[in-house]
Design a protein around this ligand. Sequence first.
Ligand SMILES: [Zn+2]
Length: 264
Amino acid sequence: MPARSFAAEAVVLDTQDHGEADLIVTFLGLERGRMTGIAKGAKRSKRRFVNKLEIFSFLHLTCSESSASSLLFIHEAELHSSFLRLRTDPALYLTASVIREVLLLAIREGERDEDIFRLALWALHGLDEGRPALPLLALFLLKFYSGIGYRPELQVCMACGQVVAPAREFTFSHLGGGLICPACTAASGGTGTILSPGTIRIMQSAQELPLDKLHRLVLSGPMLDQCLSALHQYGRHLFQRDIHAWSLLEPHGRRRRATAADQR
Ligand SMILES: [Zn+2]
């Protein structure tokens, strides 16, 4: 089969040297989801690819594919945005790195998902525009887990089905991925992050709001800490491993390690 040429909108998630001249690049694409391609001569041909095949860059690609290789061939890349600001601010860069890491962990090749692509772009644009990084990360993860089929249950107790009461603390179970009422928490000796009523309300709103309205939600102080702790631990459980970039992120913000008071 002859090589078939096509265009794609994509964000660079990873790059890897290949031999002396080539670069293997992993993208999250609008039309095809995750994809991997080779840019022949990318390390030599400064003219074609310079400053483009960088992690986080949002590109318009011209590629081709052939039945002889599982790799796409990347012929050209035009820059939509390099998200310059998040390359120059360590806290923003590390937040974007957590987002990149969970995308790489959760998204397989051949799974086209426009919503995930738009969510990733929303997050990168938001960081680049100077939105507060950690609240943005929390909102991203809430939407992301839903997008990959693990929507946190925030409406009813996962054990007894009781509707979440607006004035009570509930425990977010990292193993179950949802709220457990106080009675069921006590009965089961369950563990998790305790969420205040205010935190639960903001997280519920975040699940319902479309991306363009998400920035209206104000997450800060203890509510932000609770939300991030719950989503971080839930992610570790989902992926069955640490999210490495998170451990680098923490010294840049206030330390958010779960305290004894936060955990049951
Ligand atoms: Zn219950």
